[in-house]
Design a binder for this molecule. Sequence first.
Ligand code: COA
Length: 345
Amino acid sequence: MALRTAPRVRSDAVPLRAFRSKGRPSAIAGVGTYAPDRVMTNADLAKIVETSDEWIVERTGIRRRHLAEPGTTTFELATRAAREALQNAEVSAEELDLIVVATSSPDGPFPSVACRVQNELGVPGACAFDVLAACTGFVYGLSLADAFIASGRADTVLVIGAEVLSRMLDWQDRATSIIFGDGAGAAVVRAARRGAGFRAWCLGSDGRGYDKVTAGDIPRGAYAAHQAQPLIAQKGPDVFKFATDIFIRQAYAVADAAGAAIEDIDLFVPHQANRRIIEAAARRVGLPMERVQVNLDEYGNTSTASIPLALGDALKSNRIKSGDQVLLAGFGSGLTWGACLLEWE
Ligand code: COA
């Protein structure tokens, strides 16, 4: 039976902070996506690591993932998604006041991917920087856009999630190589035209879980001759439990802050990590799967790109109409989490 009241919280559970958007409202004006052409199926993976299509589909829901050609950079993927988002929003790049790129796989420690995207777009002047919050990064980026617009520091913001995770994978590690994929998604955020847009947020982190999903360390020796490739490692079952719990609690927290009920949510666009996590959370909050956007079968987990890729697919298939209440929710390494409820313009 569907649970419609907020679940009881364990006494050791980290408290969630949720708040209603204040100040000038902002809304998503356009979304763009990009996934590389190259596809790796589960059967392809089973040729290089001990696994099977059956196991991966049953335990994760993933069937394929798109991988960038060797040598491709994160900023290239980010720029492609950005151009499509600007076009769909009917906004010219010159109008941007702020460019935020969320990524877990930057092309290097610095300069930021955002500055490389800005250079590709040929629009010097706007503020540009990266956000590191792993798979939650895109929601954190949206919250920055909302805050900048609310406070009058920006009118038009480009938020991008982009990843070339394939270069950070140990292909022999079946706990991670089966999960991740490459891709990018972007959203143009502007002052809302008719008072709709972002309604409430739930953002947080719990550094006690810093070792649950990691990607290596930069060598600590001052003269490290060979910098090891940062490889992704995770404690899968621990993350699974955390993710399901945080999806459920965030959904209630953000709905409550917005003065809405779970039943009011027309579409839930979750971070695409594992179909079982998404289904368990949807079942517990009482959202039927018809109101949940899932595309991880095609892309796997693309970290910061996963929510905008799913949102883009939802828009392309006309699953969102003006006035719909849309819940975006993510979680990731850190541990981090973030959700927002928005009314589509
Ligand atoms: N193929 C075949 N068998 C596999 C496998 C694979 N790719 N990965 C693990 N197994 C085996 C294990 O060896 C284990 O075998 P055993 O019972 O004989 O010891 C069994 O399957 C179960 O392993 P377990 O790790 O408990 O699997 P799981 O059901 O928890 O699924 C994940 C593993 C990683 C798919 C799952 O834990 C998960 O998705 N966690 C969340 C990860 C996540 O979201 N990360 C991103 C954070 S943004």
